[in-house]
Write a protein that binds this ligand. Structure first.
Ligand SMILES: *Cc1c(COP(=O)(O)O)cnc(C)c1O
Length: 362
């Protein structure tokens, strides 16, 4: 039995016939950029979140950059970001001429620790960029209170949390901006790069539409210094098909995660889930001091795993200015975390097999 960490071809197989039909229609139509499919996807993604304003963009990183640009912060302003994250959030802050201020996660949820945000706020702080990591929402209650109190904007990186819920509300609907990636491996994945932003005001919606298209609202009239960051028609049409199955995909991953949570030995540290949260498990991770040995052992047994992520953002060569800083909780997570197979492409049998093999590790 070979169990890869992920198999995108198998994952997309149930939708192949619909994709093919859509592609035939697309060729017939001959309209490739910013047309009816993007418009319909924006509407349907908005409906899914009970939100009015959605702007399709080229990818998740751009969704973050355009959200920050839309706020028009003064150069050198500070943005609070988690120290334990995929680096995109920090790069987006840097690309906008802003300063990332890293805040440590909670060791049980792996998400930014609301109790540590307060001391990181200075006169220059303008926003909190939260990342709903692994498919679990951040603890938004206290974070929203801090932002309101200190008049800070909230940007949510929802690249791993499509449809995740905290106290009845979905990821992407708490802050001023919800930035999504539809990279093929994400819970809602396109067949290439794609992204979107949920925003809360008509004014921001109009600005974001300009920013994604050269700062233009009518052909050849440029109002702001914009970008080329449009969502392709063909990707939007594929996403419309997948969106109808997003809940099923999330439920499947949630069910697989539940089997791990119930049956994996307690010597593997599992994510802590409380009643306020519905997690969509973009990633199901365990932690163990012998992580590398476990990874090798699973590979010997034909089970693929990944590490999200092997190097902390502040230790990356690209972020030399942060290399001297210490984020011990983040470092422990990076050194001990291991992501197990937990995809829409996996079956319950697959997961039971992984558990049986893992529980025999010594
Ligand atoms: C995937 C991902 C991104 C980047 O999305 P792209 O579409 O690849 O640009 C950003 N943040 C997080 C947390 C991600 O997992």
């Amino acid at each position: 039995m070979i169990i890869p960490y992920e198999n995108l071809k198998v994952l997309n197989q149930p939708f192949e016939n619909e994709f093919k039909q859509k592609f035939a229609e697309f060729l017939d139509e001959g309209w490739y950029i910013l047309g009816a499919e993007v418009h319909s996807f924006e509407k349907e993604f908005g409906d899914y979140h009970h939100e009015k304003y959605v702007v399709g963009v080229a990818n998740g990183m751009d969704a973050l950059i355009l959200s920050l640009k839309c706020c028009d912060f003064q150069n050198g302003s500070e943005v609070i970001v988690p120290s334990n994250t995929y680096i995109a959030a920090i790069l987006a802050v840097l690309h906008c001429g802003l300063i990332p201020v890293l805040v440590e996660p909670d060791i049980h949820t792996y998400n930014i620790d609301p109790g540590k945000i307060g001391v990181a706020i200075t006169d220059k702080t303008v926003a909190i960029l939260v990342v709903h990591l692994y498919g679990q929402c951040c603890e938004m209650g206290p974070i929203l209170s801090i932002a309101e109190d200190k008049k800070l904007k909230i940007i949510e990186d929802c690249a791993q949390a499509h449809g995740a819920i905290y106290r009845g509300r979905q990821a992407g609907t708490f802050g001023d901006f919800g930035a999504f990636s539809f990279y093929p491996t994400k819970n809602l994945g396109a067949l290439g790069d794609a992204g979107a932003i949920i925003c809360k005001s008509e004014a921001n919606y109009q600005t974001l539409k300009q920013l994604r298209n050269y700062g233009s609202n009518a052909k050849y009239y440029n109002l702001v210094v914009g970008y080329n960051s449009r969502l392709d028609e063909i990707q939007a049409s594929f996403l419309r098909i997948k969106l109808m199955h997003l809940d099923a995909i999330n439920e499947h991953k949630n069910k697989l995660a539940d089997i791990y949570l119930k049956n994996l030995d307690t010597r593997f540290i599992k994510p802590v889930v409380s009643a306020d949260f519905y997690n969509v498990y973009h990633i199901f991770n365990i932690r163990h001091p012998d992580r590398d040995r476990i990874k090798a052992y699973l590979l010997e047994n034909n089970i693929g795993t990944e590490i999200h992520y092997p190097i902390e953002p502040h230790k990356q060569e690209a972020l030399k200015g942060l290399n001297h800083l210490k984020y011990p909780i983040s470092s422990v997570i990076h050194q001990t975390t291991l992501s197990l197979p937990c995809s829409f492409a996996h079956t319950v049998d697959d997961i039971n097999h992984v558990i049986a093999v893992l529980n025999k590790f010594d």
